[in-house]
Design a protein around this ligand. Structure first.
Ligand code: HEM
Length: 387
């Protein structure tokens, strides 16, 4: 029998206020480390780093089918590669990994820096700016869409789709499904318009010529890949950038230190990823009766890995709630661990580093216009620019 409380019926991991969620996680880790919530059809949730890692490394017992996303990401189509178990997962992953090696990402550096500098210069010219919509989101859209081959004329459509699918799906599943259909139709048309061999060197081209065991991907596989890459590639980095700016806006000393020492930004970025966790949680399904930390989990039960809580587990990190800008040996869970670990972590972390370096180089001291206003990681992030 577990020694802890096991129910927290209302617990949800969608859209938490960043000012308070980490206190909730602390209480859960201490009092209810393997908890049960009634939301979304019922699920177990894990808040300790060790338990999260155990489940991530056991894909035989914990499957990603029917979906790693709870509730689903606006569609019931299995998304490649996140919703695919071994052995099929390996073929898809083999296609993706070469696209995001450190070398491949290095080639994007100049484009990233130019985009970040351009947007930061526009922010710096204002007294008050919404850096979510004027910096973090457009930076992420520009960088990933150019890499992927999403035409610039379509970029204005993307923010609403992401909001409806990623952020509103818990509160309004119908809206998320409607947006999911729009995105599927969009990629269906885009792939159709590009034909068999569209040429160029973007991700859509690379996926359309890729082979698994001598066969090309089907149209449906390509569609599922594009849908997932669109959601994973655009929103995660935008969230990482805006949440880091949210922290820096409230910590002038950290801001000044990183502005003065941009070479310290890569280590600081890792610490922002650890403590703020752009992907707060992902789900699995238990496929055979088992136990986690003494709690029985039955076949068919959904299990949610709360990375945001595991990343502040005192058993894994000293002073876990402190943002230590030069923390060493920072093996956080922000990109997951194991088989489904983020396939583009090199891109995500590099984009965050470049965004922060350029923003701090160009934008003078910034602070929150209303520091008492709870911020949920979405919506506007309004900052006062300059003293
Ligand atoms: C700071 C930015 C990012 C963070 C924090 C992040 C985080 C994550 C997390 C937590 C997972 C799930 C891991 C698991 O369940 O074990 C994941 C998977 C994935 N991410 Fe990222 N991600 C980021 C950026 C990106 C970008 C830019 C892309 C570009 C396409 C991307 C593509 C993927 C893919 C394809 C997977 C699935 C890997 C698999 O199933 O094998 N991510 N990411």
């Amino acid at each position: 029998m577990p020694e802890h409380r096991t129910t927290e019926q209302d617990f949800d991991f969608h859209g938490p206020a960043l000012d308070t969620v980490f206190d909730t996680y602390r209480d859960l880790r201490e009092q209810c480390p393997v908890g049960r919530s009634d939301r979304h059809g019922g699920f177990w949730f894990l808040t300790r780093a060790e338990d999260i890692s155990t489940v991530e490394h056991d894909p035989q017992t914990f499957s990603v089918a029917p979906s790693m996303l709870l509730p689903p990401f606006g569609t019931d189509v299995p998304l490649i590669p996140v919703d695919i178990d071994p052995p099929d997962h390996a073929g898809y992953r083999k296609i993706l990994l070469p696209l995001f090696t450190p070398k491949a990402v290095e080639r994007l550096d100049e484009d990233m820096r130019r985009s970040a500098r351009h947007l930061a210069t526009e922010v710096a010219a204002q007294e008050v700016a919404d850096v979510s919509h004027e910096f973090a989101r457009p930076m992420s859209t520009m960088v990933f869409s150019r890499l992927a081959g999403f035409p610039e004329k379509d970029w204005p459509l993307f923010d609403r789709w992401i909001d409806d699918i990623v952020y509103e799906r818990s509160a309004d599943p119908q809206r998320a499904r409607a947006a999911g259909r729009e995105v599927m139709d969009y990629f269906d048309a885009l792939l159709g318009s590009r034909g068999e061999d569209p040429g160029g060197d973007d991700l859509i081209h690379r996926l359309s010529i890729a082979e698994i065991d001598g066969r090309k991907l089907t149209h449906d596989e390509l569609l599922s890949f594009c849908y997932l890459l669109f959601l994973a590639g655009l929103d995660t980095t935008a969230w990482a950038i805006r949440s880091s700016l949210w922290f820096l806006a409230q910590h002038p000393k950290a801001q000044a230190r990183l502005r003065e020492h941009p070479d310290e930004i890569p280590a600081a970025a890792e610490e922002f990823l650890r403590t703020l966790s752009p992907v707060q949680a992902m789900a699995r399904t238990c496929v055979q009766d088992t136990e986690v930390a003494g709690q029985k989990i039955k076949a068919g039960d959904r299990v949610v890995l709360v990375f945001g809580a595991g990343n502040r587990d005192p058993k894994a990190y000293g002073n876990p709630d402190d943002i230590v800008l030069d923390r060493r040996d920072n093996r956080h869970l922000a990109f997951g661990v194991g088989l489904h670990r983020c396939a583009a972590s090199n891109l995500g972390r590099r984009e965050l580093v470049v965004a922060l370096q350029e923003f701090l180089a160009v934008v003078p001291d910034f602070s929150r216009t209303d520091p008492t206003d709870p911020w949920h990681g979405l919506g506007p992030l309004t900052l006062r620019i300059g003293r």
